[in-house]
Design a protein around this ligand. Sequence first.
Ligand SMILES: Nc1ncnc2c1ncn2[C@@H]1O[C@H](COP(=O)(O)OP(=O)(O)O)[C@@H](O)[C@H]1O
Ligand SMILES: O=C(O)[C@H](O)[C@@H](O)[C@H](O)[C@H](O)COP(=O)(O)O
Length: 169
Amino acid sequence: MIVVLMGVSGSGKTTIGTRLAEQIAAGFADADDYHPLANKQKMAAGNPLNDEDRQPWLETLNELMKGWYKDGKGGVLACSALKAKYRDTLASGMPHGAVTFVHLDGSKDMIAERLAARSHEYMNPKLLESQLATLEPPTDAFTIVNDRTPDEIVADILAHVAGIRTSLK
Ligand SMILES: Nc1ncnc2c1ncn2[C@@H]1O[C@H](COP(=O)(O)OP(=O)(O)O)[C@@H](O)[C@H]1O
Ligand SMILES: O=C(O)[C@H](O)[C@@H](O)[C@H](O)[C@H](O)COP(=O)(O)O
């Protein structure tokens, strides 16, 4: 099972994703770590990325997940995946259903408060506005509001993922 935890900056992808990966004994990757330096510098300066900036990064992440798929390994990727076409790129080259998207949602106030309290290698909290404007909320993914403890959120995601596995059998 390959799970992409998606959502705007500060929605909780890293926090929830690391715990989820531990629970299902799968590998974890954070898309933040795969941005080229130019993208990191752009975001640090408070400028949002555009489609061209994100394309090579999405292709790299797609290769990473195709490697997991080929090796028969499960994996959890924390990745903003804000637009539908980005999600298509991420999942391309794998059979339909091989990648499960889980959308971490939350109110702007809650996320802004968490971003203000967080320190990050390069992400500028003021980019929340553009992240929310760019987000195309998925209609075909499990969406969960990350407003309870991480353990509760992970338990709900696990229940969803277990339901998918059962329906595939
Ligand atoms: N369920 C939660 N309850 C309380 N704080 C949370 C929760 N999920 C995430 N956080 C906090 O919110 C901040 C943003 O979470 P993070 O995982 O870094 O988000 P993202 O990877 O999506 O940018 C972090 O400081 C994290 O500790
Ligand atoms: O597509 C993007 O605009 C970026 O990927 C962005 O969404 C991401 O949020 C940053 O890499 C910071 O990382 P955090 O999401 O962990 O804040």
